[in-house]
Design a protein. Structure first.
Ligand SMILES: *Cc1c(COP(=O)(O)O)cnc(C)c1O
Length: 225
């Protein structure tokens, strides 16, 4: 199947998952993860109506951004501190804020460009294998500290469930992150607004939607292996 057909099918599945859980499909943003494909595939997806794209490497994000500067680019992969400068001003949202030193560097880079830096706090949930992200017990301290910064903004939470063939295995992780999101949405911290909940990939995006995701990050189901 071609990219346009894949997009149609995924949008249909998004709508169905939304309806199953009494949600409005327009509240869910599909981020096309283009990390394994080239400019041509991005162009096809653009022509088919997508405008949010995700990359996990700064070089690739810079390269594709230079060709398609009007697209909403999302940085979704681990960000090295010395590469932070490459995405500030280019990525509309950095999903992978996973440590305080990165927050400080992104803030510094935002100051240099006089531009707010929108991020999601990546959360590492108990029982996760890949351990990237802030532990649930450290979230509150992190959100409080963000008030000391000027340009860094937190706009929600992101997580990656452990990889599994069985999408139901992701459900408890997504449920837990949604609970955390709801809890912090009710509180007030400077420079923090809980708008986005980024969770769900090709394997488990329907489960993520049922559990409240507002952004899903889909690569292989759109572009192929
Ligand atoms: C690659 C990647 C995705 C997309 O994964 P697929 O299984 O190809 O849909 C989503 N999120 C992150 C952080 C990724 O690195």
């Amino acid at each position: 199947m071609g990219i346009a057909e894949n997009i149609n099918q995924i949008q249909h599945r998004i709508a169905q998952a939304a309806h199953r859980s009494g949600r409005d499909p327009s509240a869910i943003t599909l981020i096309a993860v283009s990390k394994t494909v080239g400019l041509e595939a991005v162009e096809k997806a653009l022509a088919a109506g997508l405008n949010h794209f995700g990359e996990n490497r700064t070089q690739e994000l810079k390269y594709k951004h230079s060709h398609f500067p009007a697209v909403y680019w999302h940085m979704i992969g681990r960000l090295q501190t010395n590469k932070a400068k490459d995405v500030v001003g280019k990525a509309v949202l950095i999903h992978s804020l996973d440590r305080w030193s990165l927050a400080e560097e992104l803030d510094r880079r935002g100051a240099l460009l006089q531009t707010p830096v929108h991020t999601l706090l990546q959360v590492s949930l108990a029982g996760e294998e890949q351990k990237a992200g802030v532990l649930t017990t450290d979230i509150e301290q992190f959100l409080q500290s963000v008030g000391q910064l000027k340009w860094l903004q937190i706009r929600g939470l992101m997580t990656m469930a452990p990889l599994s063939e069985d999408s139901e295995k992701s459900r408890p992780f997504f449920k837990e992150l949604h609970e955390i999101y709801r809890c912090y949405k009710r509180r007030t911290y400077q420079n923090v607004e809980m708008h986005h909940l980024s969770m769900g990939m090709s394997q488990d995006f329907e489960v993520a939607i049922e559990e409240g995701a507002t952004m899903i990050r889909v690569g292989t189901a759109l572009f192929g292996e």
